[in-house]
Design a protein around this ligand. Structure first.
Ligand code: SF4
Length: 57
C-alpha cells in the first residue's frame, strides 16, 4: 500500500502521475501548476486543486 509523501502513517488517496508522488486527500496538490503536464486532462489532483481556494486553472 502506498502512503502519503507527507504522512507515512496515512494511506495515499491520490497520485501525481508525472512525478509518481502519492498524497492523502489533505496533501494533494500539483507541484507545477504553471508548467505543461501531459497527464493534466486526466489528473484528479488537478481537478480537485483547480476548484479549491488556490484558484489554479
Ligand atoms: S497535473 Fe500536476 S499533479 Fe497532476 S500529474 Fe501533472 S504535475 Fe502531477
Amino acid at each position: 500500500m502506498e502512503t502519503c509523501i507527507n504522512h507515512p502513517d496515512k494511506p495515499a488517496a491520490l497520485v501525481c502521475t508525472k512525478y509518481q508522488q502519492h498524497y492523502c486527500e489533505t496533501c494533494a496538490h500539483c507541484r507545477d501548476p504553471k508548467l505543461y503536464c501531459k497527464h493534466r486532462t486526466a489528473c484528479p489532483i488537478w481537478f480537485i486543486a483547480k476548484d479549491s481556494e488556490n484558484g489554479w486553472g
